[in-house]
Design a binder for this molecule. Structure first.
Ligand SMILES: [Zn+2]
Ligand SMILES: [Zn+2]
Ligand SMILES: [Zn+2]
Ligand SMILES: [Zn+2]
Ligand SMILES: [Zn+2]
Ligand SMILES: [Zn+2]
Length: 182
């Protein structure tokens, strides 16, 4: 015990009895409380956030200073990712499906959640009826005959010619151009 006076970080009185040490300061027992207006919750032994040398409970800190992460709903202290018109912890902005970080990568939004390109394409399940391959999220899709096609794959099943916006005929479940269908 030193002879130094202990001053409470809140009431600024000299502490004579029990005290708490936090944020490099001392506090009367029961005075280490949230500095938020109308709050005063006791922060002893609970997680708190520091700003301007004052302690805040999570709610007050979030209300006053921080963006709230759309992923975990906790206030963001430190690096923030802004995406989908909201904010995220770097670690929380991950693909809904594979949980890989998406920061700085192309991503797609579905039901308010971010997806990596690969999982988004898989989840969308757009398979080209012609070539049988997945239609990428950035590729143009042609919908015809209750099926989906790559734009470049939607052509005559017989002569492979592009319909070029002209009408086509369905033969054996495949699109045929006018010439071939005659
Ligand atoms: Zn005090
Ligand atoms: Zn508070
Ligand atoms: Zn988060
Ligand atoms: Zn993914
Ligand atoms: Zn295709
Ligand atoms: Zn044809």
């Amino acid at each position: 015990m030193s002879d130094e006076k202990r001053i409470c970080g809140k009431c600024e009185n000299e502490i004579t009895g029990k005290y708490i040490t936090a944020m490099d300061k001392t506090w009367c027992d029961g005075h280490f409380t949230c500095a938020g207006e109308d709050c005063d919750s006791n922060l002893e032994g609970t997680p708190f956030y520091e700003r301007e040398e004052k302690p805040f409970c999570k709610d007050c800190f979030a209300k006053k200073f921080a963006n709230v992460c759309n992923g975990c709903k906790e206030p963001i202290v430190g690096k923030t990712v802004t995406a989908m018109k909201t904010t995220w912890h770097t670690d929380c902005f991950v693909c809904k499906e594979c949980k890989k970080p998406l920061q700085g990568k192309p991503f797609f939004e579905k039901n308010g959640e971010p997806w990596c390109q690969e999982d988004f394409e898989k989840s969308r399940g757009f398979m080209c009826k012609s070539c049988g391959k997945c239609i990428g999220a950035t590729e143009k899709v042609v919908t015809a005959m209750d099926a989906k096609f790559h734009q470049g794959c939607f052509n005559c099943a017989n002569c492979k010619e592009d319909f070029g916006g002209k009408s086509f005929y369905v033969k054996n479940g495949e699109p045929w151009c006018e010439k071939c269908s005659n």
